[in-house]
Every structure is written in C-alpha cells, then in structure tokens.
Design a protein around this ligand. Structure first.
Ligand code: PLP
Length: 425
C-alpha cells in the first residue's frame, strides 16, 4: 500500500499523553495540514536569497521577484487557470480571498447572491449583507431543483453562486461543475470555495467558454501542506481591473493622472504592502509535490482510509456518524458519541492517545445544526452543540484510524461503567 508519511515534516513527533509519550496522530487535517518536507526545503533554500520583491534592483530582490511571480504560473497550471484571462492573487487564506472578491462585485438594485447550507462561515458571512438565498439540503445532497428554481426566477439578477468544493463537516462533494453549468445558463457566475477540495481532488477547471468553467476559485496554502500564511484567489483579470483596491497602500498605485490615482493592474492592486513571498513559494512547491506524487495514488489511498474508517466506526453502536451513507466524499468524517459532549471525546483522544481531532461546529453552524436537527439560532452559546471530526491527510494510515477507533471504544466502555456505578451507588 502507498505510504506518503515520508513526505511529511514532523511526522514522527511525539506528544505527551497520560500514558507516556506517543507518536502524534494528526486526524485534524481539515483544519490545517502539516508541511511537506519538499515545502520546508524549498522555503529554506529561497529564504537564503530572500529579499523584498518588485521594486528592488539587487540580485536577491530580482531572484525573489522571479520566484514569487513564477509561483503564480505553477498554481495556474495546478488548477487549470488561464494565465492570460485569469489572475492569480495571493491573499492570506480562503477567508481573505472571499472577502476580497466580495469587494469587487458591483451590486445593482435587485441583484442577489446564492450560497448553500453546507458553507463554511467564510463563504457565507461575506455575502450576508446582500440580498441572498441559501440552497437547502434534500436527502443530504444540495437541493439542485431549489437552486435552479431561484436561478430561473431571478435570471439575470443573480450575481454569484458561492459553493464549497467539499464540505469541512461531512466530506460531501457538491457537484460544482453541474452547478457551474446551471449558474451560467441563467447568467450567474460561480465561486468555488476550494479550501477542502484542493488537498483531496484535482481541480481541472474547464476552459472559459465551457459552461462548466469555474469563474472564481479560493483556497488556502495551510490546507495543502504549505502552512506559511498564503491563500489564493483566482478569477477573471478584467474584473479586478475596475475600481479601487480592497486595501490601499504600497504597491497598489501605478501613478497619479489628471483624474487622480491610477491604480496598479491586478494582481498588484490586490496585494497591498510587502507580500508574503515565502508563503507564495511554499504554495507553489506544495502544488508541484502533489503533482509529483500523483492524484490517482493520493485519491486511491484516501478512499481506502475513508472506507476503513466508515466501516470501523459503524462497529460502535453508541456512535452517530453524519452523512455515513455517502462513500463518494473527501476524507472528513464527523460523529457524536452517545451521552458525551463532543469536546470531551476530542480531549479523551488527545489526553490518552495523542490523537488530534476537532470538535465543535467547524465554523459551519447552519450545516451542523441541520445534521443535528437543531435550530442554530436557538443553541446555548455557553455549551454550543457540535460534533467530533476526523479528517485525513495523504499521510494518514489505516493503523492510525484503528488506534482512534480503539480509543473511542475504550471511552464508550469507560462511560458505560461509570454511569452504571453512579446508578448503583
Ligand atoms: C470549506 C472551508 N472554507 C473556508 C475555510 C476558511 O479557511 P481559512 O481559515 O484558511 O481562511 C475553511 C477552513 O476550515 C473551510 O473548511
């Protein structure tokens, strides 16, 4: 079986637990992935030649500028962007990318945006102040009939359909290319929040004239093994040529003309101040590494992890696994344990097994509330509802899943015994 652990920096690190030191098992990759060794090596090499980019005349400055700019081309190839018509903007993360985009969409009276029930807050809150519609779920998939209905009734007035490429709660894969086709048929554009898609599936963006083309893509480096504070926003260059940048300062001004400031062209106008050069180089190296390992091998390995985990978790009757029936998903699995608060379960796995998982609502309150059959506006802020989430990276193994399952079984038994004791005495 493929093992990608040798690609990971810090894989062998041990964590303190109540049972002594144990090799840390990271099942929290949907939050952040550890760096690839290739990324660390490349960043260290580039750091030796690091200098500020664009305006310097020294060798180091020219070198850094070349590395920074060529990172865009690598990323464009990785997602199938058109280097002429699209622009690759470096941001801080997905959240920053989507906020930037929201600044650029000119709103006319009557226009609206559509997002969905499965969105992370980063792809919901930037749109909240506009007239909007949230696509509900139907049998645990997005209700595409509802989407088409709203598109049809508002044809020409829907500015954007904003949808996750993959859910950070359930691993669900919205059919983004079909949604793109539908959005375009009614004159709308599509934004794919690629934060959870990019580490798990190739994004082969169809060309511009293909109805399945994705107009905007946003993602974060720290979710694809490049945790150096860089995100990416990709979209039509022409859109970002209009108007005032979302942030102004150094690098955003080309000159002063008779009618005032002439803003720099994109991407410079959207990268105010000194950019995160090493972060951009890191993202490009992560893209290169994933391409070198190869998607077929990565996806086959992840599928094995998902199948194994779903099968093993199903053996514990006290567990409720959400979206368990969906096997065509990315490696994100959320669950709850009967009679236990989600955070206590996560703490148990950490304290006794050295396993990192996440608990809570994962910044996706609407979706989590729906899966829990709760009204999210009426939940107790002191003890918020939520779930436990296991999420896989390419380097996790079946054995690591077995250890997590062993920990969960032990916790269930311990809980049963202590409840019984309380009942007896
Ligand atoms: C689907 C999704 N979108 C957006 C984000 C926000 O990413 P970032 O915190 O890197 O901005 C996340 C983070 O978990 C996510 O899972």
């Amino acid at each position: 079986m493929d093992s990608f652990a040798q690609w990971i920096y810090g894989y062998e690190k041990k964590a303190e637990t109540s049972r002594g030191k144990k090799r840390y098992i990271n099942l929290d990759n949907a939050a952040s992935t550890p760096p690839f060794k290739t990324v660390m090596r490349t960043v260290a090499e580039a750091a030796a030649w690091y200098s500020s980019v664009h305006r310097g005349t020294g060798f180091k400055s020219k070198y850094s500028t070349e590395r920074y700019e060529s990172a865009r081309a690598v990323i464009a190839r990785f997602v199938g962007a058109d280097p002429e018509r699209d622009v690759i903007i470096f941001t801080k993360n997905t959240t920053d990318s989507i906020n930037k985009l929201s600044h650029y969409l000119p709103w006319l009276p009557g226009e609206m945006i559509i997002f969905t029930k499965v969105e992370h807050h980063s792809n919901e809150l930037p749109w909240q102040n506009y007239k909007h519609h949230c696509v509900p779920l139907k049998n645990s998939d997005l209700d595409l009939e509802d989407l088409e209905d709203v598109l049809r009734k508002n044809a020409g007035n829907v500015k954007l359909v904003a949808v996750s490429g993959a859910s950070n709660v359930s691993g669900y894969l919205p059919p983004i290319y079909s949604i793109a086709e539908m959005a375009h048929a009614y004159g709308a554009k599509i934004l794919v929040d690629g934060a959870q898609l990019i580490p798990h599936r190739p994004i082969a963006n169809p060309p511009w004239d293909d109805p399945r083309h994705l107009d905007f893509i946003a993602f974060s480096g720290h979710k694809i093994y490049a945790p150096f504070g860089t995100g990416v926003l990709i979209g039509p260059r022409a859109l970002f040529e209009k108007g005032r940048p979302s942030q102004v300062g150094g690098g955003t001004v080309k000159g002063i003309g008779p009618h005032g400031i002439i803003w720099s062209p994109p991407p410079e106008n959207e990268e105010a101040g000194s950019p995160n050069v090493l972060g951009a180089i890191a993202v490009a190296e992560a893209c290169r590494t994933i391409t070198a390992i190869g998607w077929p091998a990565l996806m086959a390995h992840e599928n094995r992890l998902i199948r194994h985990a779903l099968h093993q978790l199903a053996q514990i009757p006290e567990l409720t696994v959400y979206n368990a029936q969906d096997w065509e998903r990315v490696g994100v699995i959320s669950f709850n344990v009967q009679n236990l608060y989600h955070r206590d379960v996560a703490e148990y796995l950490s304290d006794h097994y050295g396993i990192g998982v996440r608990s809570g609502c994962f910044c996706a309150r609407r979706y989590v509330a729906e899966l829990l059959s709760l009204d999210y506006r009426e939940t107790n802020p002191q003890k918020p509802p939520g779930m436990v989430r296991m999420s896989f990276g390419c380097y996790n193994s079946l054995e690591e899943i077995d250890i997590a399952v062993e920990g969960l079984k032990e916790l269930v038994e311990t809980t049963k015994k202590s409840r019984l004791k309380r009942h007896l005495f």
